[in-house]
Design a protein around this ligand. Structure first.
Ligand code: FES
Length: 147
């Protein structure tokens, strides 16, 4: 049912954790299942993503897609990071079963939410970035998050 890459990223997720004083943090929830993901970006003065970490309270497909998404955005510019869509992440993972496609949206939305947070903090506008719909933001810290 799952590709080898999905299983690999699920069992050995990359870049799990937090970044202290991150340039941008985005927290999103999946309306379909209630799963939650938080993405941390460290962006340098040239607008290049130096580091990216995530935490997910979610299913295996959400863990695998987040893990792959962090790998894909590291070293990229902000504009290039916007091209890391859920489709791009799924392709990099050699696909997901149709019922799990919605899980991959969390990673894309979390990246967008973190970029939005970065833009707000720096008073800039990122071309092509829309305000994330499901950004949970501060004050709604969830208990027991893991991964
Ligand atoms: Fe919730 Fe996959 S079932 S993100």
């Amino acid at each position: 049912m799952y590709s080898e890459k999905v299983m690999d990223h699920f069992q050995h997720p990359r870049n799990v954790g937090e970044i202290e004083n991150a340039s941008g943090v985005g927290t999103v929830g999946n309306a379909k299942c209630g799963d939650i993901m938080r993405m941390y970006l460290d962006i340098d003065d040239n607008g290049v993503i130096q580091d990216c970490k995530f935490k997910t309270f979610g299913c295996g497909a959400a863990v695998a897609t987040s893990s792959m998404a962090t790998e894909l955005v590291k070293g990229k510019t902000i504009q290039q990071a916007l091209e890391v869509t859920n489709k791009a992440v799924m392709e990099a993972l050699d696909g997901l079963p149709p019922v799990k496609v919605h899980c991959s949206l969390l990673a894309e939305e979390a990246i967008h939410a973190a970029l939005w947070d970065y833009a707000e903090k720096h008073g800039i506008k990122i071309e092509g970035l829309k305000k994330p719909k499901s950004d949970i933001h501060e004050g709604e810290e969830e208990e027991g998050e893991d991964y």
